[in-house]
Design a protein around this ligand. Structure first.
Ligand SMILES: CC(C)(COP(=O)(O)OP(=O)(O)OC[C@H]1O[C@@H](n2cnc3c(N)ncnc32)[C@H](O)[C@@H]1OP(=O)(O)O)[C@@H](O)C(=O)NCCC(=O)NCCS
Length: 156
């Protein structure tokens, strides 16, 4: 089941973010580290009027939160060289490791796309860090293609 996140989901979502942070810290240690997340961050996410946080729950009696996604609407900045478009940016998606491959990620993404479309978005955009093969296979399966590549080189 997919629903909007509530304040009291924070404990479960914080555990999910830990999984995501550890994954990203392993993939890109120059950029990420697994650090404590603060409740304030959660309050800001829930309060954002240009975004939404969705959670997926398992079908056990307690309907535990086992997946989470956050998405924000972005409009192209006023630049004559850019095509004005409204897009939905998926900023966070994670399904608890033991609950993967059961359709939760797909269901979260479908609900997020519907949410964005209802607000005038014409496209979904997101970033996958290099080496995240699970996510690459997942998004490819959902029909996502590569839009750009970000290159980096450490200096000294
Ligand atoms: C990416 C992620 C959210 C997918 O969630 P999920 O609930 O397992 O995905 P679904 O069960 O809805 O998968 C839908 C389809 O995507 C494809 N897919 C998903 N995971 C895959 C994998 N590890 N390898 C190959 N294909 C995969 C499959 O085709 C799958 O359908 P199927 O199981 O019927 O074959 C999950 O793997 C995850 O949380 N990963 C760690 C966090 C992360 O990388 N988040 C994204 C950051 S950009």
């Amino acid at each position: 089941m997919i629903r909007r996140a509530r304040h009291e989901d924070w404990g479960a979502v914080r555990d999910l973010l830990r999984e995501l942070d550890e994954l990203h810290a392993g993939l890109a240690p120059r950029y990420f580290r697994a650090a404590a997340r603060e409740t304030r961050e959660w309050q800001q996410l829930l309060a954002a009027d240009d975004g939404v946080v969705l959670v997926s729950t398992d079908d056990g009696p307690g309907a535990a939160v086992t997946g989470a996604l956050s998405i924000r609407i972005y409009d192209t900045p006023p630049d004559p060289a850019m095509v004005p478009r409204r897009r939905g940016h998926v900023e966070m998606l994670v399904v608890k490791a033991a609950h993967r491959r059961r359709g939760q990620g797909r269901a979260l993404m479908a609900e997020a796309a519907a949410w964005a479309r209802a607000r005038g978005a014409v496209e979904m955009v997101l970033t996958v860090w290099s080496g995240n093969r699970e996510a690459e296979a997942f998004y490819q399966r959902l029909g996502y293609g590569v839009l750009s590549r970000v290159l980096a080189m450490p200096l000294g």
